[in-house]
Design a binder for this molecule. Sequence first.
Ligand SMILES: Cc1ncc(COP(=O)(O)O)c(C=O)c1O
Length: 371
Amino acid sequence: MTPETKPANPNFSSGPCAKRPGYDLATLDTSTLGRSHRAAIGKAALQKAIDDTKSILGLPADYRVGIVPASDTGAMEMAMWNLLGERPVDICAWESFGKEWLTDITKQLKLADTRTFVAEYGELPDFSQTNPTHDIVFTWNGTTSGVKVNNADWIADDRDGLTICDATSAVFAMPMPWEKLDVITFSWQKVLGGEGAHGVIVLSPKAVARLESYQPAWPLPKIFRLTSNQKLIEGIFEGATINTPSMLCVADYQDALDWVVSIGGLDAAIQRSEDNLAVLSDFVEKNEWIDFLASDPTTRSNTSACFTLKLKPDEVKALIKLLEQHQVAFDIGAYRDAPAGLRIWCGSTVETADLKALLPWLEWAYQQVAQ
Ligand SMILES: Cc1ncc(COP(=O)(O)O)c(C=O)c1O
């Protein structure tokens, strides 16, 4: 017997993530469309998105926020290409995106003075080995392994190096220790379920000081340039974007920001995500055929929850297909480079009731495919 109730919204993808509850494209403020992004109306919309990002996240007043091209990857590569090479770099990686940054640094930028701390899927590297006089590059939430950093005590307050943190599936879903981070990047289609296109780069004053005092040995394409004549291009952080942004995506991001405010702000958004994870944790506790990929419960991601199943890879595929056919869960397969299993997004745009409705289906599908 198939379960009776289906999730009202079967979208559990880890990016683009589910749209916020009640989302309606028709309600976006599209007054900027068809106008120049450099006209007062366009710049004001970009500036508002920046200002609201700062205030909702509670960023330190002296941190800068810029909207940049090419999503989170664009923001991260912009940071690495501009800032690295001045001193040794420690790279911490434990799933595919962290490993992409490692490849960028060692094979594309070809930096020789690097140390790498790599852990297997499900684990975290030993952060205590990082050196505060080096730059440190890492991911806050490993989206493809469901393992997040659970504290920043290992980051020295008086560090000389910069901490460069890809936090795309963490920002708006996890408390972030801003003062411990010098560069933070994220993209809109993740936690808030915004439209994908642009990246956000957040810079501490120390990161800005590096930009203004150090010039990398390699050429920087215009799309990456954050300085002009060794001075920060302040306009980028005031809504004068490097090149043309999608104002429709900006309007969509603003809708997501307004929604966060409407539910009670950042803490409420984090709580929704934690509540979602709790539903899944409870399910895992009651079912011996499913387990978190994260070995340490304190590192379990409350956004991209990743699971191993007591099934062969073909059976996992069949289970995913079955749930898709019944339109109860879309896009819940593990990332292509990760161990076979499930990845179910638990961010705040997902309704807890939908996750609860999914679970009997998951159990049913398991019974169907298990040999
Ligand atoms: C941790 C992490 N970094 C980077 C990316 C790439 O993000 P984008 O597609 O926004 O460039 C992703 C996408 O899933 C991610 O999860």
